[in-house]
Structures are given as C-alpha cells and as structure tokens.
Write a protein of this length. Sequence first.
Length: 177
Amino acid sequence: MDLIVEVGTVNDIDELEQLYNDLNDYLAEGINYPGWIKGIYPIREDAANGIKENALYVARCNGRIAGSIILRHKPEEAYYKVKWSFESDYSDVFVIYTFAVHPNFLKCGVGKALMDFATKHAIMNNAKALRLDVYEKNMPAIKLYEKCGFKYVDTVDLGYGEHGLDWFKLYEKQLVR
C-alpha cells in the first residue's frame, strides 16, 4: 500500500470530518476502545484547529485520507503533574493528539506509518521526545505505541470522567539525535 504523509490543508477538513464520523460510527458498532463519542470527539473543529496551527498531518492512500495525526508542543494540564524522563517546557517535545485511522484502513499499517512519521518529524525538528495519552482500555493503541518504542510513564485523570473515561495512560518515546 502506497502511503504519503503530508501536512493537512483546509481542503482536507470535510474529508477529515467524514473520517472522524465514519470512525466513531464504526467504534459505536463494536468495541469502542478509545471511548470516542460522535459529535464530541473528534470533530470537525479538531481538524480545523490542527490545520490552522499547521500541526495536522494526513496519511493518503490513492488520494484518500486513510488517517491523521496532530503534533503539538502543548500538553494536557495533567502532564505537568507527572515525572517524565526529563523536565521540559515542551518546546523540545511533541505531544500526539487526535491520532485516527479510517475504518477501511485499519490493520493495514496506516497507524504504524503515522507513528513512524511522527518520530521522524520530531527528530527533524530537534525534539527530545514524543509524548501521548491513551485511554487505559484502548489495548490496540497501547500495543501499537509500545511496539513503536513508547514507554509507559504514569496514569492520570484528564477530566473526561463524565464520558466514562476516568484514567489515561501517559507514554513517552525518547528520541536520539
């Protein structure tokens, strides 16, 4: 499968919104590992903000968006309460947000390709680490992150208990330059 990962543009917002909706419909029909809820997260606004910040990347397969990822230098508040491998003001750390793969492309290597891209992008931008959070019951994502070299750091409350999402695992991948 030929995948191209590139920065998302405003022209991608409609297709990203469709990806999010398709994925949330798919998750609602089976096991909703990430606990995402259609109309709450992820939504069109998440894609639009990621694109506006020049932080959203899309994986295209034959011209279609197979997946996307947002890479920011801004963590969730709970990240500051945790003992990471090193202290940072996050100028030298990328945090992964809204990592999504379209249901038609699950188990095709799109997720791994996006994680590999995130690692290369972070190294090219002189980052020391990638960090992310994942709902504690999202075993497919956790397995992927661990396979891609991320190490478990701590478990925190990100404030999504009202949606039944009480605990999130924090992971970090240290980067060697």
